[in-house]
Design a protein around this ligand. Sequence first.
Ligand SMILES: *Cc1c(COP(=O)(O)O)cnc(C)c1O
Length: 373
Amino acid sequence: MKNPRLEVDLCKIRHNAQTLAGRLTPRGLGITAVTKAVCGNPAIARAMLEGGAVGLAEARLRNVRRLREAGLTCAVTLIRTPMLSEAAEVVRLCETSFNSDLRVISALSAESCPRRAAHGIILMVEMGDLREGILPEELGALALRVRALPGVVLQGIGANFACFGGQAPEPAIMMALSDIVVETERTCGVILQTVSGGNSANLPWAMGATPTGRITDLRLGEAILLGVEPVSGDRIAGLHTDAITLVAEVIEAGFKSLPSRAAKATASGRRIRPSRTTRLILALGVQDTDVQGLVMPVGTTFVGATSDHLVVVTQNALPRPGGEMRFQLNYSALMRAMAAPDIETVLRCDRPPTDASYAVADPVLAQHRHHQY
Ligand SMILES: *Cc1c(COP(=O)(O)O)cnc(C)c1O
């Protein structure tokens, strides 16, 4: 088998999505599965949908194109607020997008007008994470402007937490978000269909005891793919944390004491003590992944890495060149490995697509899919 490679167990991805859906549905929350960390891999997206996700979310149009080319017709939301320069393709590829700028929304409106279906607008509101989003006090006015535009529908409100500024989605803040929804509905005289309350960091709140209020949906990537809660890094009970594994090949193995001159400094500037443990070099480097985000196998310690080499020491039986080593990954290591051109993705437990991946929210749209993509 080719190395390095990412092994993805689709049964475990399905299980994770299904387990989360089973816990969130009774709380009135749907799951929109986020595929950006796997670059819109269609088989992984399908597994998430089969597990019960109601739709997909992506940050990049290239990944959405990949999903569409693989035949996925489910609703896709663009969760990175669109570039003005990509408005035409956003309305062609995505049912819905997150937005925070009237100029961009106007462009989406103009591009969407000649099309059959209106493009859904979810307005992002700033709740303390200090990334995308408009201030709560400006939301009502913007919502009214959006309501007046042709070709787009004001589909809802979204918020993001624990990404940039680090604001955690505490119960009081989630309640404040619900209040903002009610206020916007009153201002605009509409019922908002979607209130996208946050990401995997929202799970402690979502699976806790406080009411979920007007929140209807969470966008989940990390929790489904890695089975962990991002803020604490803790495993979520009942989920697989080993659905995805990075496999790399050993290219040198042996004992190595550094010559004294070389010991003074390595390329990374770190001094490395000579050691009598087994030292391995693997064909994997910082160009392939976030090496700091690799979980070392038991008995193995990370020593360092360069663009194309990973150096570890191990107490385990000496693997020979040609042997393999398996690593779990954190989110950062995962997304970079998925995007690396030299790392192949190998699917386990793949099965023929079911109807779930072809489900379309709007039956009128369904008849016209073939012409759209
Ligand atoms: C990446 C992203 C998500 C998904 O976050 P996870 O931690 O993987 O669940 C959700 N919403 C937005 C806006 C994002 O950019």
